[in-house]
Structures are given as C-alpha cells and as structure tokens.
Ligand binder design. Sequence first.
Ligand SMILES: [Zn+2]
Length: 87
Amino acid sequence: MVVRMRRNRSQTAKRRSHHAIVPARLAKCGCGASRVSHRACRQCGTYNGRVVVDVVARATRDARRAKRRSAGLRESGQTPDKSTAKT
Ligand SMILES: [Zn+2]
C-alpha cells in the first residue's frame, strides 16, 4: 500500500462509526407474542393479518425431524443433544 492511500485513525474511526449492531425491532403481534417486524409471527404464523405459516404442520415436522436426528445419533453411538432441540 502506498502512503498516499493510507487512512489515518480519524478516517478509520469515521468509517467504523456506522458499524454498531442495532437491536432487532420487535413489534407486538395480535396473538400477544412479540415478533420481529416485517417477519411472520413465530407463535401464530400470521403476517399482515393473514396466516402465512402453518404452525401446527411446522411443529409436527420439527418434532419428526428431531426424533429422526436423535435416532440417528443413537445408532452412531453418540448421545442425542437435547440443548439443540427446538421446542
Ligand atoms: Zn402471533
């Protein structure tokens, strides 16, 4: 790098002043749960007053996958990890 291209501490700090992590914007859903704005509710699966995610089907699918995963781990001799399983 040429000296002409070098950035001083002030310029670096000015660039990094925009690098802060902002907390996720949370909104209140109609079902009472807090949800991330511009995303469907994880509790009831609605977005903008419409049901867009079949929550019951997703829950059953997740349960089936967790069961299969733990069965596979048991077959391979590893103990199934409970901490990664979603409720
Ligand atoms: Zn909801």
